[in-house]
Design a protein around this ligand. Structure first.
Ligand code: URA
Length: 436
């Protein structure tokens, strides 16, 4: 096969055969197809798209470029959740212990922050001692002991995606539905799970800016998962305003631990978390309906079991659990400054992208791949769309470790809010459920 003829075929909008896709991806992973030809292919796919059959072959080829996690010794239903990422998205930290308490096994391989979106691994690493780099053997042993474990991608899982993602990142080809589908699903399917729940976000703080694009991505991922005989459900959720009241690593751990103990300040965060976890319970046959599942989950939170389960998992990952019992032991910023409402009225906009940029410039995310995260910085006490506010009332509290970074962050925070004289309805946190 001749690489440039396959590129030309896709450039002209034709459908590639399974053999052509495998030849290209395997050649790129081995190094026989160079970056420049893969870049041209990525752009051709970006511009011309792929059929569902092509996406399925691309996903399968990328998944088989490396090892699969061997979960065969785990006899419980194995169900995971994946979010396409957002600002203040701490759902995994609450959902995974809840699902484990309800009798599921959750082998969760998570990511780091990407752009302005936060990452579960960075949040976990703000807990002193927490090791996200367990070997596969210890990952499986942790799931046997407490029902769930949260680690980073090992070098063996989907190496084709690792190489291809880095290339897409610098060739303007990230935001392609076929390429995102294959990239996410090849890693999730390599986890050895039975079912997967997807949280596909739309809005200013998400990869997908419109409901239409998010719907197309959700449908594409559900289709691929089903073709691989996995139970699949996707919820489409709002990411125009941040999720929850905090954004930033240790601050999000604090909010998550409060939620696990039933003390939550944000209805949307708990509604989305409960809805996603309930879908997991139904897919894992622990409940017949999502209503029944929600009842089970509420009892688990009220009993204190979910918080205890998180601490059990954290201890198995080497964490200092005392910092979870006394949250003041988590990393803290030296400067804590409220941002006052410039006028009285109703919040019409709380822009997720602006808050995400504020957290990034504070040092809560990375501007270069080797940047060190400042775990204590971020925002807390966020007011939400629809809230009635008085002039001077804090709309958010900024946590910074230098006056210079505080000033940079405040410039973004100022842009985040719009206040209306008229009452504003709060947006719906969950806009659709996609099963096929
Ligand atoms: N996350 C991934 O893992 N891959 C993508 O392509 C986009 C988001």
């Amino acid at each position: 096969m001749v690489p440039q003829w396959i590129i030309e075929k896709k450039r002209d909008g034709h459908v590639l055969t399974a053999e052509e896709i495998r030849f290209f991806i395997n050649g790129y992973t081995k190094g026989t197809i160079p970056d420049y030809q893969m870049s041209a292919m990525a752009m051709a796919i970006f511009l011309k798209g792929m059929t569902p059959e092509e996406v399925a072959v691309l996903t399968d080829t990328m998944m088989h470029s490396g090892a699969m996690v061997d979960t065969s010794s785990i006899k419980l239903p194995k169900v995971d959740k994946h979010s396409t990422g957002g600002i203040g998205d701490k759902v995994s930290l609450i959902l995974a212990p809840l699902a484990a308490c309800a009798g599921l096994a959750v082998p969760m391989i998570s990511g780091r922050g990407l752009g302005i979106t936060g990452g579960t691994l960075d949040k976990l690493e703000s807990i002193p001692g927490f090791n996200v780099n367990l070997s596969e053997k210890d990952f499986i042993a942790t799931i046997h002991k407490c029902g769930f474990s949260m680690i980073g991608q090992t070098g063996e899982i989907a190496p084709a995606d690792k190489k291809f993602y880095a290339l897409r990142d610098v060739t303007g080809t990230v935001a392609s539905i076929p390429l995102i589908t294959a990239s996410i699903m090849c890693k999730k399917m390599a986890e050895g799970i039975d079912s997967l729940v997807l949280d596909v976000k739309w809005g200013t703080g998400a990869f997908m800016r419109t409901i239409e694009d998010a719907t197309a991505l959700a449908q594409s991922m559900v289709r691929v998962g089903k073709a691989m005989n996995k139970g699949m459900v996707a919820l489409l959720t709002d990411m125009n305003q941040p999720l929850g009241r905090t954004a930033g690593n240790a601050l999000e751990i604090i909010e998550s631990m409060e939620c696990l103990q039933g003390q939550y300040a944000d209805e949307d965060l708990m509604n989305i978390t409960m809805a996603l976890t309930a879908e997991m319970l139904v897919l894992g046959k622990k409940a017949a309906t999502t209503e029944e599942a929600t009842g089970i989950l509420k009892k688990i939170i009220a009993s204190g079991a979910a918080f205890a389960k998180f601490k059990e998992m954290a201890a198995l990952h080497g964490a200092d659990v005392a910092a979870l019992d006394d949250l003041s032991k988590l990393p803290k910023a030296s400067i804590v400054k409220p941002f006052p409402a410039p006028a009285a009225g109703y919040l019409a906009k709380v822009d997720a992208e602006s808050i995400g940029r504020a957290v990034l410039v504070l040092g809560g995310g990375r501007q270069k791949t080797d940047d060190k995260i400042d775990y204590g910085v971020g925002t807390s006490g966020l007011a939400k769309i629809g809230d009635q506010v008085e002039k001077g009332q804090p709309l958010v509290v900024v946590h910074a470790n230098s006056q210079e970074k505080l000033a940079q962050a405040m410039a973004y925070v100022e842009k985040a809010f719009e206040i209306s004289a008229q009452p504003v309805a709060a947006p719906k946190p969950i806009v659709a459920r996609i099963t096929g």
